[in-house]
Write a protein that binds this ligand. Structure first.
Ligand SMILES: [Zn+2]
Length: 289
């Protein structure tokens, strides 16, 4: 395979001597390593909400109850392991078993326990990234303070603003402040492994620096993990905007951007909190490859 790639690269090189236009279109595709990721979907909590009114600023869902999942993802690549989103705080899940509560959270096995089934310890993880900084995506963040944290600059600023430092969940991610950090600045994408197999794409609006993750697997095509772009199955079609989003117009523009990305890439779209989307991925410890 390696020999073939070198041969193709030389072909492309000799072609570009004759025609400069060839260089731009052919060489990058042929010289890039062809790599793929394995995607493990881990259950990092389940939520039962008695009233999902908060998921529409136009009161589309008032009075409805709903069950949501709250996954974490392990993405494995020859160049390292990435954790995408960190679930609810395990301590919160253990404390919330009151059946009359308006919101109950449950967790059957911690992220750490699940990773151990693969022989992976949190300290082995090379890269950590989150779709955004709400409590249900940061619950286990402190476990990965030794990894390289890849984060949108706007989101990081938001997480460490004075008001956030006073919030009850600040302690769960405070350790990230001194983590080795790769900041995503401007509006650009970020290629985690440098070969196009895991690309973080900015989709702000839910929070100032909300992001989604486009993955390429070897045999199952592309997968787009969409964070909290759509919390509910029907939210994608209805284009509803949660009442607690940071910016409505930004949210709608990001929905357009993510839809266009889904169409262009042909990716399988995962609405991360939607139980049927979670169930459509291989059951851990199996991976999508
Ligand atoms: Zn969420």
């Amino acid at each position: 395979m390696k020999r073939l790639m070198i041969g193709l690269a030389m072909l492309a090189f000799s072609a570009c001597e004759e025609n400069d236009r060839v260089e731009a279109t052919v060489v990058p595709e042929l010289t890039k390593p062809v790599a793929a990721v394995k995607l493990f979907a881990l259950e990092c909590g389940r939520l039962h909400l008695e009233d999902i009114a908060m998921f529409s600023d136009e009161h589309v869902y008032d009075g409805q109850a709903r069950d949501l999942v709250d996954p974490c993802y392990l993405i494995r690549h020859a160049r390292g392991d990435l954790i995408w989103d960190a679930g609810i705080p395990p301590a919160l899940a253990a404390a919330s078993v009151d059946k009359d509560a308006e919101e109950t959270t449950t967790l059957s096995e911690t992220l750490e326990q699940q990773l151990a089934e693969l022989g992976v310890a949190p300290a082995d993880i090379d890269y950590f990234s989150i779709s955004h900084s709400h409590y249900d995506h940061l619950g286990n963040a402190a476990l990965f303070a030794g990894a390289t944290w890849i984060v949108d600059k706007d989101e990081r600023d938001w997480m460490f603003r004075e008001e956030a430092r006073q919030a009850s969940n600040f302690a769960e991610y405070a350790a990230l402040e001194s983590a080795k950090t790769t900041l995503i600045e401007g509006d650009g994408d970020y290629d985690v492994f440098g070969d196009g197999s895991a690309i973080i794409v900015q989709a702000p609006g839910h929070t100032p620096g909300h992001t989604v993750l486009l993955l390429t697997t070897a045999n199952s095509g592309k997968v787009l993990l969409t964070g909290d772009m759509w919390h509910l199955a029907e939210a994608r079609e209805k284009r509803t905007v949660p009442a607690f989003n940071f910016d409505r117009a930004m949210t709608l523009a990001s929905m357009d951007k993510v839809e266009a990305l889904a169409t262009a890439s042909g990716a399988k779209v995962i609405r991360q909190h939607v139980p049927e989307d979670f169930a459509s991925l291989p059951k851990f410890p199996e991976a999508l490859e």
